[in-house]
Every structure is written in structure tokens, then in C-alpha cells.
Design a protein around this ligand. Sequence first.
Ligand SMILES: [Zn+2]
Length: 320
Amino acid sequence: MAGAVILQPQPRAWLEHSVLQPYAAGYGEHLDRGRYSRSTKRVYFCCVAHFAHWLTGERYAVSAIDEAAVARFISEHLPGCDCPYPVRRLAYEIKAALARLLEALRADGIISSRSAAGDHLGKELARFDAHMLEVGGLALNTRRQRCRIVGQFLREQFHARPIIISAVGPAAVQRFVLGDGKEWSAGTIGVIGGAIGCYLRFRSISGDQVAWLLAAIPRAAHWRLAALPEVLSDAEIDELLRSFDQPFPSCRRAYAMVRCLTDLGLRCSEVAKLRLGASTGTRARSGLPGPRCVAPISSRCPPPPVARSPPICATSGRRH
Ligand SMILES: [Zn+2]
């Protein structure tokens, strides 16, 4: 029924006694085509079983399953769900599992596609997805991510109206990519800008004038670090060590760390993990690399004051 996925008796019963039972095998094959791991497939099947249990209680027909039903399940049932253990209630797991379920049902023609229902956005995203697959050869996850981003953008711009790219201004593109007030990281801005750029290039094939929109996409800073030297020269190391001639807070600690880097050849992560008591003996046992430089170490910082021990008397009695 669920392919190689082994379900616990309760979710298996929910699935087998629901309208989704005939389509469980197709769902498993759909997940296999997406190369989901065995553990993820098991989680998704458990989520679908929970959804199936709810469908049975609500007397849903399979043809009535769509995004609205999923939204009802998540917003109305999950907050007060008292289904018996084991049941999966994490919304993000359920959203992902049910999105794949809708894909599988639509691929098999069990439920109507959104495009067939006259959804402009669904049609547009289906065309965009086909373009990414057939022209760009992009992976499934990349296509899904870009469709999700572009879908959100188009939904904000047009809602349920027909999509007319000439009605979109550069300011709207810029505002969306930058997050409209959200403090997104440069990486996120790059991903969103890439998805919007990909979509605009797709529209340009259809004859739309999108050059000014492409130019409006903010570019996240992407500085290469290749210009940084990998190894300091001897003169640079001497200059670095001379910087410790002037006292400053934690001078000795910083100096010791630099000597560990320059003389012992330790990595930064290894130096950061050093603790008091680490010695050459522990270095030998831990397999740390040997010194890169055999030159004698000359301490530029004054030696730490030696704590004086009180005099030890060999004989009892007061000494004079
Ligand atoms: Zn429940």
C-alpha cells in the first residue's frame, strides 16, 4: 500500500479506510520520483494518514480535495487536534506532505488542476515550471523554490487578475526582492532576485519588454575573498609580532594565540579549542600538526611574574 514505507497500525488504518487509500501507492511513487529519503517518506505518509482521517470525518470526496481543503485542515483541525497517538501535527511537515499529495493526485488526473479551474497564476506557474525544466534543465527542488517565490510575487501584484507584466513597475520588483521592510540576508536577497530574474527572462521569450525590470533587481554584495593571501610572508609575520610590543588588554593571550598559529601551525579552530594545560605532550597524542617553523621562539612580551613561594624551613622553629 505505502510501498517500502512501514507505518504504525493507527496511521495505516486511517489511510486504508479513507478515500485516499487507492492513491497511496501513486503517492509513494511520486515521492520516489522526487528522490525523498526513506525517513521523509515515512513522515509524509504519516501526515497524509492524519489528513485522510480528517477527510473521512468530514465526509470529503476525493474530487473535492484541493488547497482549500488543506487550508481548512491546517487552520481548523490542527489547532484543536486530539487525534490519538501516533499522529503528526507539525504544520510545516503537513504542508509539505500535502503539497506533494496534491501534485500526485493532479499528475494522475484524480483532481482538477488549478490551471484547468481558470487560475491565471496556476497557468503561469505551470508554464514557468515547464520552461525551467525543458530549457534550463533545473532540478525539482530549484523549480519548486522559484515557483513559490514567483507565485508570491505575482499574487501580490495581480491577485486573481490576469498577469500583465507591463503593469509591473521597477519599484515593485525592487521592493519585493528586498523584502519590503524585512531584514533579509544577502543570501536570501540573492535567491529571490535570481528567481525573479529567471521568471522575467522567461517572459522576455514571450516578447515582453522586461529589460528595465531586470535592471531593477537589487544585486546582493558578493565579494570574493580570493585576494586575501593564504600564507603570510616572514616580513608580515615579523610585523604582526611587533604589534604586540605595545601593551594592550589580553596582550599575552593574543600573543600566545598568534604564536600557536605561526610557530606550531595550528588552525584557528584548533587554537580556539586550546585550554590551559595543553602541552606538547597532549599535542603528540592529539595528532596536531608539527611546527611550520623551526626558528627559536623569542618571547617579545615580558615573562610572567613568578609567584614566590614562602620559605620552607628544614627545621622547626623560627629562623633568624
Ligand atoms: Zn488530528
